[in-house]
Design a protein around this ligand. Structure first.
Ligand code: HEM
Length: 397
């Protein structure tokens, strides 16, 4: 009987401590954080037990899903982030909102954003919160901080050296060339031809990354990409769900699929890397992103590679994640703008023909193309597309 009482007491103690922690996390902490920030003048939509503001975000997103922007209207925020569009006029450009019980600070003031992004003192560590997305990226550059970030950076940076990138432009133009040959073939068949550009650019950028990252191992690289893309879809489908930690470990249908894909990605990348390492004496590491990364890793670390196999795998995942949607959406948006501004199509075509003649543009020729770098917007501001890598992370600079 004594033993039964002891077990019952132990179970009760564990449950009480669990309930206490849950109460602190779900009730006391949100109240304390809200109070502290209110005292500093930062308001926001109130916290709701467990779900925070997720229900409202989901509802607002559902209301705008499927809506189409007017052709002349570039204001996409009300559609892609309707919650910010609603809250900023009410709570100002800096406010607190809740991803479940996780506090998030929206900073929509450009100067404050600059301050946060340019901070190098470690005041704003990277933190994705969503475990599925964190797993998707692993501990690659995008999610590492401090000394770890510097160590990764040493290995990844040489791969983005301007001369190496220029060499890769041949691969890029080859990929673009074969996409355009397919268009030409379709058009030669006659009749009206409709091409869904955003899909085409998704394919093109996937091809370019697979080739530039994995060179001769392109076929396997493309398979990694497809598995990564499905993982990304599954991870993002949970972004606005309440995250209950225990659910992450349950063998639900979605979790089983995520675990399987994750394992596949890891195994495929490990095989590509092992093959490279095994053939390096005869074939070299290779001039693609992976080869350049492995070379820098060996040069920096000697017998103790500066990055482990898992960390190199995470950097490969990061290339796909960081480089795919960014590049394909930029291309789609550029084409959309050009289609609505035929006068700019003319100017740019004229410049390309003047500088490159009938040749396929090379990396060196790109510097001569000035117009595309300084396109005036409707209100005459000057925008410089895609400076993120020279200003934010120094890639290519
Ligand atoms: C139009 C295309 C692109 C845009 C607009 C873009 C934008 C950005 C931005 C804003 C950051 C900084 C993120 C932060 O610090 O929170 C970043 C980082 C990064 N990007 Fe890109 N990117 C593009 C293409 C690519 C491509 C093609 C790759 C690789 C194949 C890539 C790999 C990375 C990596 C590894 C980082 C992390 C750098 C670091 O922390 O040191 N990106 N990108």
């Amino acid at each position: 009987m004594g033993l039964v009482w002891m077990v019952a007491a132990a179970v009760a103690a564990v449950l009480a401590s669990w309930a206490f922690n849950a109460l602190v996390y779900l009730v006391w902490r949100p109240r304390a954080i809200t109070r502290q920030l209110r005292a500093q003048g930062v308001g926001g939509p109130g916290y709701r037990f467990l779900a925070g503001n997720l229900a409202e975000i989901k509802r607002l997103r559902a209301d705008t899903a499927g809506a189409a922007l007017d052709v002349g209207n570039h204001d996409f925020v009300p559609m892609v982030q309707p919650h910010f569009h609603k809250w900023i006029p009410i709570h100002g450009r800096t406010f607190l909102y809740w991803f479940g019980a996780r506090p998030s600070l929206c900073v929509a003031d450009v100067n404050m954003v600059k301050q946060v992004l340019s901070d190098r003192g470690g005041l704003y560590p990277k933190n994705l919160g969503n475990p599925h997305i964190a797993r998707l990226l692993g501990k690659g550059l995008v999610l590492t901080d401090g000394d770890d970030w510097k160590r990764h950076r040493k290995v990844v940076h040489p791969a983005f050296n301007m001369d190496k990138l220029k060499m890769m432009t041949v691969t890029m133009s080859d990929c673009a060339g074969s996409m355009m040959s397919e268009w030409t073939a379709k058009m030669e068949k006659g009749g009206s031809v409709e091409i869904e550009l955003s899909h085409q650019f998704e394919e093109l950028t996937a091809d370019v990354i697979s080739h530039t990252a994995f060179g001769s191992s392109y076929e396997q690289g493309k398979k990694v990409f497809l598995a990564q893309k499905e993982l990304q879809f599954l991870a993002f489908s949970t972004v606005f769900n309440v995250q209950i930690p225990a659910l992450r470990y349950l063998p639900t249908e979605k979790n089983l699929r995520i675990w399987k894909l994750d394992k596949e990605v890891r195994t495929m990348l490990m095989n590509i890397i092992k093959t490279r390492l095994a053939t390096k004496d005869t074939m070299g590491y290779g001039n693609d992103l992976l080869g350049l990364m492995l070379e820098a890793c060996a040069a920096e670390g000697g017998h103790n590679p500066i990055l482990s196999m898992d960390e190199i795998i995470d950097e490969c995942k990061t290339f796909f994640f960081a480089g795919h949607d960014t590049s394909s959406h930029l291309l789609t948006w550029t084409m959309f703008l050009l289609s609505t501004h035929p006068e700019w199509q003319e100017k740019l075509r004229e410049e390309v023909l003047r500088e490159c003649g009938s040749e396929v543009p090379t990396g060196d020729m790109l510097n001569k193309l000035q117009l595309g770098q300084h396109v005036p917007t409707r209100n005459s501001e000057v925008i410089r597309p895609c400076v993120a890598h020279s200003e934010e992370c120094g890639f290519g600079s």
